[in-house]
Write a protein that binds this ligand. Sequence first.
Ligand SMILES: Cc1ncc(COP(=O)(O)O)c(C=O)c1O
Length: 386
Amino acid sequence: MLPQDLPAALLKLDTSQLRRQRAVLDTPQGVEIAIAGQNYLSFASNDYLGLANHPELVAALIAGAQRWGVGSGSSHLLSGHFAVQEEAENACAQFVGLPAALLFGSGYAANLAVISSLLGRDDAVFADKLNHASLNDACLLSRATFKRFAHNDLAQLEYLLAHTPAKTRLIAVDTVYSMDGDEAPLVALLALAEKYQAWLYLDDAHGFGVLGAGRGALGEHALHSERVIYMATLGKAAGVSGAFVAASQNVITWLLNKARPYIYTTAQAPALSCAILASLDIIASASPQRAHLQQLIALTQQRLASSHYPCPPSRTPIQPIIVGSEAQTLALAAHLRTQGFWVPAIRPPTVAVGSARLRLSLSAQHQPQQLDALFDCLRQAGNTKS
Ligand SMILES: Cc1ncc(COP(=O)(O)O)c(C=O)c1O
């Protein structure tokens, strides 16, 4: 893009309703937020357990800053790796039942790190069409042959695996799809990985803390295999920031040696590991919050089923309201805002053309009456038939 072409390109984003803007929050994350002096009931965060502003995490972070200072001051391999991070890595690995783990500054970086350090030009990666953008970017960065299969289409995946000449193969999936809330068939995917000697890379950004009694997709499906490499983000249900990759000790040692997004970056602030450790404790005992979340999910599914919107089955906190056109989705989100609801409109290229949607994201802090109020408002907008 040349500098002189930018104004026209930005205008095109405007005219096609695709220009993105940030909302500036005046409050901590939570279900009640304030933006530009207005209070909203938010259905917009990935803070599924309501931990982002939890007093115990806040206290752990403050105590961590007092103990470890603020900045890490270096990359992990030079002098930026702290005892508390070592402790957090061990705790994360143990939490998901894998031998070892490595902390990253973000899930995006973790995805780039794993796929680009395990695969190269002669290898092949097989990715679900609805995978998160960070996985797609990771596949491209790896320079491996990049094959995408139709969403959850195991037959197509098997065909691709059976016909690849590549020796090193990796199947990459989201465990919970971030814009639809549905899940990958992990047991069947592992069976294919075993059959075709492929790695199975699981991005559990939206499962960790929620599924499997909080232990995520591995806990939910009891997957045990040396072929599994697991990634969970710590900025969503865990309420902190960053991510970890868990796998065999050999995989972790390889990443530490070869993963450029791990090596060439300043380590996370060590105090964050104090908050991560506190978060793991809370997640382990958050069964009541998860049960409450399940009630909210069931209620949402009921209300969607009696509306004229599609009701794709999702047993996760991500509940899409698929509207279709970008303009209608934006108008609906704007209407909801006037009524005090903050629900993000998601448009292409994040989702497929023609499937623009409101991405309803539930938190254990929501109350059923609040959901009812939201759906009543949608109905009043003339957009539901019930
Ligand atoms: C499925 C998925 N993977 C990876 C990421 C990236 O994680 P992070 O936000 O920690 O960079 C996200 C969201 O941001 C996600 O939804």
